[in-house]
Design a protein around this ligand. Sequence first.
Ligand SMILES: *Cc1c(COP(=O)(O)O)cnc(C)c1O
Length: 400
Amino acid sequence: MTALYATYARAPLAFARGEGAWLYAEDGTAYLDFAAGVAVNSLGHCHPRLVEALNAQAARLWHVSNLYTVPEQERLAERLTAATFADRVFFCNSGAEAVECAIKTARRWHFVERRPERFRVITFEGAFHGRTLATIAAGGQDKYLEGFGPAAPGFDQVPFGDVEALNAAIGPETAAILVEPVQGEGGIRPFAPNFLKTLRQVCDDNGLLLLLDEVQTGIGRTGRLLAHEGAGIVPDIVAIAKGLGGGFPIGACLASEDAAKGMTPGTHGSTFGGNPLAAAIGNAVLDVVLAPGFLGRVRRTGLHLKQRLAAVADAHPAIIEVIRGEGLMIGLKCRVPAAEMVAALRDQRLLSVGAGDNVVRLLPPLIIDDDEADEAVRRIEAAAAAIEGAMEAKVSEAGR
Ligand SMILES: *Cc1c(COP(=O)(O)O)cnc(C)c1O
């Protein structure tokens, strides 16, 4: 029995503590954490720099509201804008809120540009943008929309990566395109090379804003601070969250000066958003992620992991179809049900996350070393062998 909403199918497993890429269950069993709280624990568990920043700020000041200047928040915004395309930042507490802010910012931009009729946002099949009423409409997935009344209006969805359908969907009310550079919940689905460039062009040709949902891909996950940097484009608005707080809830909406120009005093707000405690921790995450060499190491470790996993896929073609992804955002597209693979990996004490398109996601802390990557590969190999063994046992059982 539980007093909680029954919204999650939880594994019967509770953790008592964590250190780096490792989690320890209540009975002391060690798990290698390649789930990282769904791409949140970017620096692993209890990173000394984060513990220090949290303790120092906790002893000083937690929350004052946005009625006052918050120096830690100003500093985090300055650092985020210095490191990215953005000129302006709005802080909130989650990914869905960051995406909501992106959508509101885009609509307001058209409003102040004297095109208030433009409010519709085009998204792609397989997208995930959060669980608020607007973001489930943006994501467009029936399983998240069912039973919650009419979907919020203003979202049009086109097939994954389909430029022709995209162009056909643009009308006089279209305001923006919203896309994840790599679909996360959708199954680590990257778009074709140059697709983001095409989207930028389509936006420019039609007077639309390009909104990127980097809630999962952002803060170094793909080996770049923001994933779109690898595509050589400049977006108008980007939502980030997950990895930004390393486990502390914080989200942010980044925008160019022009895109943010409609967000004038009183148009948007958040009680908790960017409070001193959250901002201090966000700053500590950036201290580590922006340190020279950090992102290069994420790219190298990711490449190493992907190459080794490709060999595992070759050796177990009945279990793993293909390996895909970038940096430390890696998907194993499975031939057996992904949930079965996640369970088999958990039996090997490796934590992973299921996703759409029958994919198992590996989202380790960005601080893992090659030894931890190799250990994960051994456990994945063992899980694949265990499933094969169980399949063979079933076949021989049926043959008897
Ligand atoms: C997780 C996620 C969200 C939602 O973030 P929450 O913090 O759960 O609201 C939105 N978009 C993407 C791409 C995500 O991965």
